[in-house]
Design a protein around this ligand. Sequence first.
Ligand SMILES: Cc1cc2nc3c(=O)[nH]c(=O)nc-3n(C[C@H](O)[C@H](O)[C@H](O)COP(=O)(O)OP(=O)(O)OC[C@H]3O[C@@H](n4cnc5c(N)ncnc54)[C@H](O)[C@@H]3O)c2cc1C
Length: 400
Amino acid sequence: MKVLVIGAGIAGCAAAVALRKAGHDPVVFESHDQTADGVGAWLTLAANGIDALAAIDIDEPALGGGFPTPRFELFAHDGRSLATFLTGPTDTYRTTTTIRRADLYRILRDAVAARGITIHYGRALTGVETTSSGGVRAAFEDGSIADGDLLVGADGLHSAVRRIIDPQCPPPRYTGLLNTGGFASGAGLRLDGTMEQGTMEFRFGRRCFLGQTLAPNGDVWWFANPFSDRELGADELRALDGPRWREDLADLFTGDDIPARALIDATDHVYAGWNTYDLPRVPIWHRDRVVIIGDAAHAISPTSGQGASLAIEDAVQLARALRDLPYEKALPAYEAMRRNRVERAVAEGARTGSSKSAGPFGRFVRNRVVMPIIARKARRQDPTADWLTGSRIDWDQPVS
Ligand SMILES: Cc1cc2nc3c(=O)[nH]c(=O)nc-3n(C[C@H](O)[C@H](O)[C@H](O)COP(=O)(O)OP(=O)(O)OC[C@H]3O[C@@H](n4cnc5c(N)ncnc54)[C@H](O)[C@@H]3O)c2cc1C
């Protein structure tokens, strides 16, 4: 089949590679004019995402493009360590990996190009219709059209394809957290001298959450989630940039034992802030010859560190289904393989996200009750048995 893939982000590029491996003929359309960097300075690829990349033979470049982060450690606002745990299986070939977003995009797009698949840039999808010959036709903002046998919407959180297959679809849900971050370099970077290579530290500030990890070159990669009950409008977001923003951000940690000011001072460019969202349930994932994957189908709170990994899993599972079944059976089979897993992950991500911004009572319960339970469970649990990060995809197993 000729498959029109809309979006050259993580899901779209992984889908193109997977569909080619499954024997189809994908072609990708991306709305940005050139390489789309997307939002977010860096992200973690979880073990399940690396395993999904292995199924389509691009795990090695992804592992090589980042650095391993096999442990998480959580801290209270007063600097007390609350829990330490492994982030998933620690086999050398699928340890949780921290990678710059731009590097992951480059690796995925290189893999697409190496397979002779074309990405058309500057082509924003505006419409989709079924043709009289039984195919699908995509219309683009620039007036061009493209015909194919199937269309895969990998066009992210604000997906046009999702709205086309279900105009009643609920919009993305604001999570109550903003996001920003950067790369801190220079002298005194080890901050209080306790940062360990391979550990991602998470610090529950009282007005802002901080995540940070030490890169092999001594830089600290960090993100911050200022709490905001209200989703900010475009003008308000534009104001979250520049010197004033750096000051305001550092002020959010006043009174907490969190070395945020040192981080901000050592960071050349602190990213402008943006709202974060999830999509707990998208009722319709496919209609006729059109299907959605990745954030278009189930965006998850960034807190989970799973959005990219789940998007890659979708791409691989959809391609397996389309390898083994005609499309009218493959699309329901794909949904059956994916829906429960991703909705459970999104629900878990929402719970974790809301614990970041707990009030005084919630903080007490989180730090004194929930965290000790998590710490005890993590000590007992085999990370390879974790339902989310421990799952594996067998490319060769037929889909029925
Ligand atoms: C702050 C933040 C931190 C995150 N951290 C992590 C993390 O640590 N780990 C993790 O796994 N995930 C993380 N995520 C989530 C992860 O980035 C997403 O889940 C992932 O990018 C989804 O991939 P996607 O391909 O579905 O969407 P995207 O990567 O958003 O790609 C969609 C693509 O479609 C294009 N497009 C959009 N509309 C159109 C159109 N009409 N026509 C053509 N093209 C179109 C876009 O330009 C874009 O290139 C984070 C997200 C955020 C916001």
